[in-house]
Design a protein around this ligand. Structure first.
Ligand code: SAH
Length: 386
């Protein structure tokens, strides 16, 4: 956890035990801290005066000016497939997006959860962002090409969940939460871990860690810490995208720091509960990693790991020449993995008409700006994970 003192954190970034310390400073009994936490996170109330189970004198002593909303939903873009992208303006500056995806076909979704009649029972998956931009530089990803502006504060991550819940349609409920939006969640490990603690707290939004999936390019220390801190309960998705070091190194700069074999080792050590599997994400890129021979090599590399594979046909982005694979190759790739006994699914493109599909979450302006300044030398590969 970060070394910040409870008082210096935004009110919505404090855990109940940290709130206890703060209310004690204000001369109140510790249990009041948990009450304030509940108002903020379970009930979404930011006005101290409206926290009616607190003594009036205490409500008046709470520093109302600090109880600010971390973000405002500036726009909701609704795709023809029902996906909604929420454009969130952050109070501290900048914009991030999160995506509500009905009838999730995401990796956190287990086939055995499917509705019996094949109908839709209102379940949605929410995909949230952890950074503005991203430092990982994956060549097929718009966020990666935009570079990193800043990491989000824990309260900015939590606020996406709270805001999205308010934007659900009447028949919908939030089932899964995936850290697969803009940014690399394990780059700022402490902030992401704090956000998960806040989101899963029973006195707050109370989302079960088992319904959360964190997706990473493969920052080995972060994978280890996530496994330790949450006892393997938080779902893990690894963006592998290649069957070996050579291909991976071509499209993911981070592979230099954490090579293919080391990343798979980290997965082997992840304290995965029984009957759970790690998701391997594999973005299929035309002519780069989409050959049947790659599929066979991938099958060998993953032998012995408890994984399922989620194939993502690349969504083309402005900043790259790389393109979507041919449909016949996607099928052949999938079949080759299935023949080797892997659970494998092909992710349907959702929300691409509103630029909400994988890899498309980015401020277009920022990308254009970046393209203008781009020099010939390749971007340095930075990793702030600790
Ligand atoms: N940084 C994390 C989470 C964000 S990206 C990670 O890399 O896992 C979420 C997923 O979208 C990743 O698997 C990423 O590789 C994939 N993705 C990025 N750009 C894409 C694109 N243009 N088309 C398809 N998938 C893409």
């Amino acid at each position: 956890m970060s070394a910040k003192s409870p008082a210096s954190l935004h009110p919505e970034a404090r855990l109940p035990e940290e709130w206890q310390a703060v209310v004690q400073e204000l001369g109140e009994a510790p249990f009041r801290g948990r009450q304030v936490f509940r108002w903020l996170h379970a009930r979404g109330t930011r006005d101290p005066l409206a926290m009616t189970d607190l003594p009036r004198a205490f409500r008046e002593r709470l520093p109302a000016a600090e109880f600010t909303a971390p973000l405002e939903v500036a726009d909701v873009k609704r795709s023809r497939d029902g996906t909604r992208k929420l454009v969130c303006n952050l109070r501290r500056g900048g914009t991030v997006e999160c995506v509500i995806i009905p009838m999730s076909d995401d990796p956190a979704d287990d086939p055995d959860e499917a509705d019996e009649d094949g109908g839709w029972d209102g379940r949605v998956t929410l995909c949230i962002s952890t950074q503005i931009g991203c430092a990982m530089g994956c060549v097929f990803c718009a966020s990666g090409q935009a570079g990193l502006e800043r990491g989000l504060e824990p309260e900015e991550v939590v606020a996406q969940v709270a805001a999205a819940k308010l934007h659900l349609d009447a028949n919908e409920h939030l089932r899964n939460l995936v850290f697969m939006g803009m940014g690399e969640p394990l780059h700022h490990y402490d902030d992401t871990a704090r956000a998960i603690r806040l989101i899963t707290h029973p006195d707050g939004l109370a989302i079960s860690p088992r319904r959360i999936t964190v997706s990473t390019v493969g920052l080995v220390p972060g994978i280890r810490r996530l496994g330790e801190d949450f006892a393997g309960k938080v779902g893990l998705a690894l963006s592998l995208h290649a069957p070996n070091d050579v291909v991976r190194g071509r499209i993911m700069p981070m592979n230099k720091k954490y090579p293919f074999g080391e990343v798979l080792d980290a997965l082997r050590k992840y304290p995965l509960p029984k009957r759970r599997r790690i998701t391997i994400e594999y973005t299929l890129i035309d002519g780069v990693n989409d050959d049947v021979a790659h599929a066979r090599e991938l099958a060998r590399a993953l032998a012995g790991l408890r994984v399922k594979v989620n194939l993502i046909p690349m969504n083309p982005i402005e900043a790259s020449e790389l393109g979507a694979p041919r449909a016949s190759r996607v099928e052949a790739f999938r079949d080759a993995l299935a023949r080797e006994g892997y659970g494998v699914s092909v992710r349907k493109t959702r929300g691409d008409d509103v630029d909400a599909a994988c890899g498309q979450l980015v401020l277009k302006d920022r990308l254009r700006e970046k393209a203008r300044d781009r020099t010939k030398e390749s971007k340095p590969c930075s990793d702030g994970s600790s």
